[in-house]
Write a protein that binds this ligand. Sequence first.
Ligand code: FE2
Ligand code: FE2
Length: 166
Amino acid sequence: MAAFLTWLNQWQTGIDWIDDDHREIAAILNRLVEVNGHPLTQDPEIAQCRVFIVLDALIERTRRHFQAEEAFLRTIRFPGYEGHRCEHAMQLAEFADLRRSLEQDGAMRLSPDTLEEFKRWFFNHVVVEDRDYVDYYVGEVVTSAAYRAFHADGRVPGGPYRDRTD
Ligand SMILES: [Fe+2]
Ligand SMILES: [Fe+2]
């Protein structure tokens, strides 16, 4: 069966730890789709627990990624920091709402619409929203003398920028 999300090199930002985070989140999303598709042959509560365990892993991994990203954006003084932080906060609120309503409804599975919504969110986060700060980082920070000086000391978060290999 084809993966729900197949990582494409063109999604890479060129910043290793961010790309690693994004790839990990994509892998958890694939795992969620897989678990969600398991037949309900056992106790429904067990099936529900499996879905919730992976959903919680997705939420927690995303939360950690957002925190790390925001710390990075503050360090590089990204001018769009507040807007970007708000996008993150809204997404986490959406995850929390979804989690709560699934639990209240006693849902056993995520609907296909919800999974498609996750995919759209992931794509939008990685390919559209994060692209803004990557462009700023590459255009304003990596090329600066300050970056080169800091980087020589190994004090730049995110490490050296490398050209993306499409
Ligand atoms: Fe990101
Ligand atoms: Fe982001």
